[in-house]
Design a protein. Structure first.
Length: 138
């Protein structure tokens, strides 16, 4: 009997850490190549870390944190294996929020929104988005 090699699925925490690396890197406006050069590795290795395909060792994670200007603990915030700080907040809502923040649209929207200085304009933008969210999809 021939056995097909099973494709190994990434660990949920490795995926989470990788997504946090990607989020912080993109928030800093840094390319995978720039991060890779700072670490002395290839950008493909950074891609594998960000996808959770390869685990990030502790010394490498510390180096990534130093380059990105965050604490190592940042990469584990809201991880799927941790107890929720706010037990009433459903996990699916948290996951959707993290997915949105990791998306290109989420990053672009957040970057643009924080540049709006006028508080009244910010409230109007929020009202507009809420109104649009109530419209049925076509």
């Amino acid at each position: 009997m021939l056995h097909k090699p099973q494709q190994k699925t990434p660990n949920a925490i490795d995926v989470h850490v990788g997504s946090r690396i990607r989020l912080q890197r993109t928030l800093k406006g840094m390319s995978q190549t720039t991060l890779a050069e700072g670490l002395g590795i290839t950008f493909q290795q950074v891609q594998k870390y960000e996808k959770g395909t390869n685990r990030v060792g502790s010394s490498r994670l510390q180096a990534i944190a130093n380059i990105l200007g965050v604490q190592v603990a940042y990469f584990f915030e809201n991880n799927p294996g941790a107890l929720s700080a706010v037990e009433s907040e459903p996990t699916t809502e948290r996951n959707e929020f993290v997915q949105f923040l990791n998306s290109a649209e989420g990053l672009a929207l957040n970057r643009a929104f924080v540049k709006v200085q006028d508080a009244a304009v910010r409230r109007k933008i929020l009202s507009l988005v809420k109104a649009l969210a109530q419209e049925p999809s076509e």
